[in-house]
Design a protein around this ligand. Structure first.
Ligand code: ATP
Ligand code: LTN
Length: 330
């Protein structure tokens, strides 16, 4: 039986954090055993916010090295740069013409980012989801593993694909979002009411995968909690503690009830140290491997060139079918 296809991507916008790891990459690693996986570095998507060119290049390599250091095996999964497979930009344009302004204007990410970057509300920021739909549909993906914040974009992708299929006949597989039940929205440590993010400006809010054990311990110790002093899961009234519990639960494979029992009668101090130690242990092999990979850019280049070739074989077939169906001479 043919394996089901997975596609996901992460923007090349900076050092990756614990939210990216728990919400997305931990699943990328698990899924590569049973699925035909395509993991993309979304560097074209990163252009929606003004970037320094050298940093953008470097960030693409950082995401690639992170993928491999968390356990994605380039011999099992296809890892590639979005920019190296020109079919993404082409299908993105075609799908722009099958996506309505009304749909795009309802996207939460667009609303968030345009309020944060009010001086640069460019057309790319607005049409971002149709480029993302192209990423997914080019590979005929069955499942798209992401954090909660991307669910809306995958749902729009389904609508666009269904619309196209209705007009031209079966062309695209209709993808499903794959969102983890726990950990799909890891919150900031300083502001547990908004998601942990690369672009957070609060110090100690985000745990980076490259943080040292000392930094991780310091950040977790400083995490905002509440004055109750009881380790209990209550997302609404105890967002800080609930967030730490989710992190601890995912890493140690424990339910919220089990964690409540384990820390019954203990204060937040003890619990925070246990959380920090779990994160440190989980990320310990990562840091060494990441640094080794980043020290050898030639090796990274080989990996992304090989991945792009494989990705393009699949992507070009879908684009050819699309162009034939809509009447574009190639
Ligand atoms: P930015 O701050 O630049 O928007 P980001 O930190 O939100 O970046 P993305 O590159 O947009 O990160 O996301 C990469 C993947 O990680 C996506 O699948 C996204 O859903 C997931 N993700 C991002 N933040 C979190 C989070 N706090 N909790 C769980 N998953 C997350
Ligand atoms: N929009 C995503 C990144 C992304 C993506 C994709 C995710 C670009 N293309 C295709 C899944 C599938 C984000 O901002 N995290």
């Amino acid at each position: 039986m043919e394996k089901k296809v997975i596609l996901s991507g992460i923007q090349a916008t900076g050092d990756l954090h614990l939210g990216n790891y728990i919400g997305a990459m931990k699943n990328f690693v698990k899924m590569q055993e049973d699925y035909d996986c395509y993991y993309m570095i979304a560097n074209l998507h990163a252009l929606t916010v003004r970037r320094n060119p050298n940093e953008l290049k470097q960030n693409a390599l950082k995401v690639l090295a992170t993928y491999i250091a968390v356990g994605i095996d380039p011999d099992k999964s296809t890892i590639f740069l979005q920019s190296q497979v020109h079919e993404h930009a082409e299908l993105g344009w075609v799908l722009d013409c099958y996506t309505y302004m009304g749909e795009l204007s309802r996207m939460t990410q667009y609303k968030d980012k345009s309020s944060k970057h009010a001086d640069n509300i460019n057309a790319g920021l607005f049409t971002y989801p149709s480029l993302m739909a192209g990423d997914i549909l080019l590979y005929q993906a069955d499942l798209v593993p992401t954090g909660e914040d991307q669910k809306q974009h995958v749902e729009l992708t389904r609508d666009i694909a269904e619309r196209f299929n209705k007009l031209y006949g079966e062309t695209f597989k209709i993808p499903e979002p794959y969102i983890p039940k726990i950990g799909a929205r890891i919150m900031g440590l300083q502001d547990p009411t908004s998601k942990m993010s690369k672009s957070s400006t609060l110090p100690n809010d985000t745990i980076l995968l490259i943080d040292t054990p000392e930094e991780i311990l310091k950040k977790v110790k400083k995490a905002v909690t509440d004055s109750e002093g009881i380790v209990k899961y209550d997302e609404k009234n105890k967002p800080g503690i609930s967030n730490l519990m989710e992190i601890y639960g995912i890493i140690n494979n424990k339910t919220m009830e089990e964690i409540e029992k384990e820390f019954e009668g203990e204060g937040y101090g003890t619990f925070k140290v246990a959380v920090a130690e779990s994160i440190i242990k989980e990320l310990d092999p990562f840091r060494k491997k990441y640094n080794e990979l980043m020290a050898n850019p030639k090796n990274l280049e080989e990996i992304y060139n090989k991945g792009a070739k494989k990705a393009q074989e699949v992507a070009s077939k879908t684009l050819k079918d699309v162009y034939d169906k809509i009447g574009i001479i190639r």
